[in-house]
Design a protein around this ligand. Structure first.
Ligand SMILES: NC(=O)C1=CN([C@@H]2O[C@H](COP(=O)(O)OP(=O)(O)OC[C@H]3O[C@@H](n4cnc5c(N)ncnc54)[C@H](OP(=O)(O)O)[C@@H]3O)[C@@H](O)[C@H]2O)[C@@H](O)CC1
Ligand SMILES: Nc1ncnc2c1ncn2[C@@H]1O[C@H](COP(=O)(O)OP(=O)(O)O)[C@@H](O)[C@H]1O
Ligand SMILES: [K+]
Length: 483
């Protein structure tokens, strides 16, 4: 499990650790780790041009001391002092080692740029001249190494207001910051290298966690000698309509690859015909009326992809939500519950899987605001609605009250294509049917869906059905990672 922390949590741990160490020791550890990563990136240090972007705080201090170390190994180190003040001891150390102070024009020609403008002490959008320097670094040809977090990214949330440094590598001190795992921050952090400064024993419970392949492998249910198709878990899928038949086909496809013992599909005439034609494995019930009475017993339901939002769909949704098994609500199901929130009042667990637009209707928040602060809104929805939330998008977030939010680190922008969400619903539903909690089913499904997307795309466009097909390969990949 990868864990990450807010700026306040990091500060608390740093204070506790600092109290036991001589002054400045922590910054020396940070600078040593930073300089080592930079030296690796440069290959040969001697004679290379390194530019330090130095802000007024300790983030600038880290950069200056790392610059000192690189200068002692023969690099030509120049510091651009951006703040109203500068870490004095750090600057002296750099100058003593042969580094010098320069203006912003040196950025363009640097082999390596160290972004020490701001770290966890930043507040709000980057001010000038920081914002201009961030843009110059982004336009330069040299590798950009961010200290702790890329400047312009809010360390606690991943929010970016205005300009931000786009790093090739971020060297983060002591522990991951939440903003490095959540877009838009994660998207500009590049490769994140954790520099151990001894903070571990002082860290509180994490703000967020990210599953690794090993974690997912450990959570996935596997059939044993005693298993039969009923004991493995049966999933019901209530999806599709005469207008949207594909969503039903894709959700059932995701479910069949997700390891349920059986998938029961229930729907109207047109999607029933399509599901029958595509998936002989599914047990299909044609619904003459919106009732699930004749569908047979299931351990979980997926409700909503392509279901429509008419009175018939509403009635079917009410029947599914009146059962006592976990229900995953997606797509049109979310529109139905946003119109009739009473539907969500039930004793058994609910997992909702909205994208930002669907969540905006559910909690009355602006879509752009949700995309800018994904974690905050997913948590708010979980608390207000009393459900588990899987918020889809460039970073998928899973939130449930009383547990650390989980952020998903797999996936590819190629997944941004119609129908992949339906596959995700089927997959997560299959995991629910096999007995995983909403929290684990959602986070494992997001992880596997992202890996499957990467395998299916392999650098080129994918169709949603390819993602379903790649789910078993994704499971094998996590099993290999665990070995
Ligand atoms: N503590 C430790 O033990 C260790 C800490 N370490 C390192 O220290 C970093 C934290 O250092 P920090 O607390 O000095 O804050 P930091 O991020 O450098 O910036 C603060 C200054 O920036 C300014 N500023 C703020 N917002 C701004 C904006 N939008 N636009 C422009 N300027 C803005 C503001 O100054 P102002 O100009 O307003 O006076 C503020 O005072 C941490 O990320 C890690 O790298 C490591 O060495 C390990 C040990
Ligand atoms: N930029 C992106 N990077 C990675 N994954 C993305 C991106 N955009 C969307 N996705 C993923 O693609 C899927 C799209 O789902 P959804 O919006 O429900 O589409 P649909 O309704 O067409 O199935 C989700 O799993 C989402 O997390
Ligand atoms: K920085």
């Amino acid at each position: 499990m990868r864990t990450a922390y807010t700026a306040d949590q990091i500060r608390g741990a740093e204070h506790a650790l600092m109290a036991r160490l001589p002054e400045g020791a922590l910054m020396q550890r940070a600078a040593a780790g930073l300089a080592a990563v930079c030296a690796d990136l440069l290959g040969r240090v001697y004679g290379r041009r390194v530019v330090l972007l130095v802000g007024s705080g300790d983030n600038g201090g880290d950069a200056l001391y790392a610059g000192e170390r690189l200068a002692r190994r023969g690099a030509r180190v120049e510091a651009v002092l951006a703040g109203s003040k500068t870490h004095e001891a750090g600057l002296r150390a750099l100058l003593d080692a042969g580094g010098r102070v320069a203006d912003g024009h040196v950025v363009e020609a640097a082999d390596l740029i160290i972004d020490g403008l701001v770290g966890i002490g930043a507040s709000g959008a980057l001010r000038e001249p920081y914002a201009r320097l961030a843009q110059e670094a982004n336009a330069a040809r040299g590798t950009v190494v961010a200290v702790d977090v890329p400047s312009g990214v809010d360390a606690s949330s991943g929010r970016v207001e205005g300009a931000a440094v786009r790093a090739g590598v971020t060297v983060t001190m002591g522990a991951y910051k939440t903003g490095l795992l959540v877009d838009p921050g994660a998207a500009v952090a590049g490769r994140v290298e954790l520099c151990d400064i001894g903070l571990g024993p002082y860290l509180p419970d994490p703000d967020v966690a990210a599953l690794t392949g090993r974690d997912v492998d450990g959570l996935l249910p596997r059939p044993g000698g005693e298993s039969d198709k009923y004991r493995r878990g049966v999933l019901g899928v209530a999806a599709g309509s005469d207008l949207f038949t594909g969503a039903a086909v894709l959700a059932v496809g995701g479910a069949l690859r997700g390891g349920a013992g059986m998938v029961r599909y229930a729907g109207r005439e047109a999607p029933v015909a399509q599901v029958r034609a595509q998936w002989p494995e599914a047990v299909v019930t044609l619904l003459d009326e919106p009732s699930i009475e004749h569908v047979g017993r299931v351990q979980a339901w997926v409700l909503g992809p392509g279901l429509g939002t008419d009175a018939w769909a509403h009635e079917l949704a009410a029947r599914v939500l009146a059962t006592d098994v976990p229900v995953l609500v997606d797509a049109d199901g979310l529109t139905l519950v946003s119109r009739d929130p009473g539907l969500l009042r039930r004793a058994a667990p609910v997992l909702i899987t909205p994208h930002a637009g669907e969540l905006s209707r559910l909690i009355g928040a602006d879509r752009a605001a949700i995309e800018a602060a994904r974690l905050e809104h997913a948590r708010r929805a979980a608390a207000e609605l009393g459900v588990t939330v899987l918020l889809k998008g460039s970073t998928t977030v899973v939130a449930e009250e009383g547990r650390p939010a989980r952020v998903n680190v797999t996936g590819t922008p190629w997944l941004a294509t119609g129908g992949t969400g339906d596959v995700l619903s089927g997959l997560a539903g299959a995991l629910l049917a096999q007995g995983l909690s909403c929290y684990d089913a959602a986070s494992c499904a997001a992880f596997l869906h992202g890996v499957a997307g990467g395998l299916a795309a392999d650098g080129a466009p994918l169709a949603a059905a390819d993602v379903a097909t790649a789910i078993p390969a994704a499971m094998r990949t996590v099993a290999e990672a665990a070995r």
